[in-house]
Design a protein around this ligand. Structure first.
Ligand SMILES: O=C[C@H](O)COP(=O)(O)O
Length: 255
């Protein structure tokens, strides 16, 4: 399939960065720079910045996302935020299953599945993160790991709901390390994920699925990565914190 028929999306994942004044300054700087983007543009921000981001991006081409959500609608879950709470605010996207949640906060494929379910039920679009550890790549089990993560996370997701899922392939060894997967490595795994999705939902659904690459993507390497036939944009950490860097990646994905 011609990849131009698929939507490339560049999503910033700010992680635990930016106070409200800092967020305001970054968004104000970014807005005019990405106004003519030829790809989807999303910023996923800390909960404390959601209201600011929503207000400042109203009427623009920038979508706003959260970085996680809980699977229950409400209740005694101190410190958690539900998908319904996000949707009610006007948030449209949520990152689920990021490797930092898996690594530091006990996220498992099963809890990822529950969060995906809750997010879709709330009407959100999910940016589902999958990716292997360095040791797993070295053992030659990248496809096994990424395939399993994808299948479990999508358990119970209908073909219609899949239209509100973006998958981000993020090799854990490339996140925040400055070690980018080669364009060939990124494409190979994104293509494999597409084949897994084709097995679950059929080729047409898989061909329409946005699959991003994430892991030390920056202004310099973005063009080669996003030009790959199965890479439909990126999930950007560090480089999303500076408007010129993020804009350069958006421009690379707009060609
Ligand atoms: O969600 C974003 C990824 O974790 C990539 O982060 P990074 O671009 O800082 O490597």
């Amino acid at each position: 399939m011609n990849k131009n028929l698929r939507k490339a999306v560049i999503a910033g994942n700010w992680k635990m960065n930016k106070t409200r004044p800092e967020a305001k300054a970054l968004i104000e700087e970014l807005k005019p720079m990405v106004a003519d983007a030829g790809c989807g543009v999303v910023i996923c921000v800390p909960y404390t910045n959601l209201e600011t981001a929503l207000a400042l991006t109203e009427g623009t081409n920038i979508g706003v996302g959260a970085e996680n959500c809980h699977w229950e609608k409400s209740g005694a879950f101190t410190g958690e935020i539900s998908a319904d709470m996000l949707a009610e605010m006007g948030v449209k996207y949520v990152v689920i299953g990021h490797s930092e949640r898996r690594q530091y906060f006990g996220e498992t494929d099963e809890t990822v599945q529950k969060r995906v379910r809750a997010a879709l039920d709330a009407g959100l679009t999910v940016i589902l993160c999958v990716g292997e550890l360095l040791a797993q790549r070295e053992q030659g089990i990248t496809e096994e790991i990424v395939g399993l993560q994808t299948k479990v996370a999508l358990g119970g997701v209908s073909a219609e709901e899949l239209k509100r899922v973006i998958i981000a392939y993020e090799p854990v060894w490339a996140i925040g390390t400055g070690k980018t997967a080669t364009a060939g490595q990124a494409n190979e795994v994104c293509r494999y994920i597409r084949a897994v999705v084709a097995g679950l939902y059929g080729q047409m659904a898989a061909d329409g699925l946005t699959i991003q690459y994430g892991g030390s993507m920056n202004a310099k390497n973005a063009a080669e990565l996003v030009a790959q036939p199965d890479v439909d944009g990126g999930l950007i950490g560090g480089a999303s914190l500076k408007a010129p860097d993020f804009t350069a990646i958006v421009e690379a994905a707009s060609k």
